[in-house]
Design a protein. Structure first.
Length: 125
């Protein structure tokens, strides 16, 4: 099996981003329950395409609080690193170049891109 190089990893990431972009075009619009007026989005806990996705306000402090807008997202119990952009959109470590309107949409996009693969924990540093 060929060794994983930076070039191969970037090529795979680009291919995944293109596939996610196509999936976004046919994805339903965010529902009203995805938004919480006056701050952090509301919590969610659902099964999406056979994967359990969850989101909730994060505890105080830590790396994820700074970049994730105080919000944590999990896929099958593994934390999905998310970040809120200045324009209010959200990205994840799995779909970094495909901003979505909510953390729930970021979790769904990650499930789509993982295509059944397990989400591996993201090192904090």
């Amino acid at each position: 099996m060929p060794e994983l190089t930076r070039r191969r990893a970037l090529t795979a990431t680009a291919a995944i981003a293109v596939a996610a972009g196509a999936a976004t075009l046919v994805a339903p619009a965010a529902s009203a329950d995805d938004h919480h007026h006056g701050g952090s989005p509301e919590s969610f806990d659902e099964v999406y395409k056979g994967r359990r996705i969850q989101g909730r306000p994060a505890g105080m402090g830590g790396h994820h609080h700074e970049h994730g807008g105080g919000y944590s997202v999990f896929v099958d119990g593994v934390e999905l690193h998310v970040m809120q952009n200045a324009d209010g959109t959200w990205i994840s470590v799995v779909s970094h170049y495909d901003p979505v309107p909510t953390p729930r949409a970021a979790a769904r996009a990650a499930v789509d891109e993982l295509q059944g693969a397990k989400l591996l924990p993201f090192p904090a540093n």
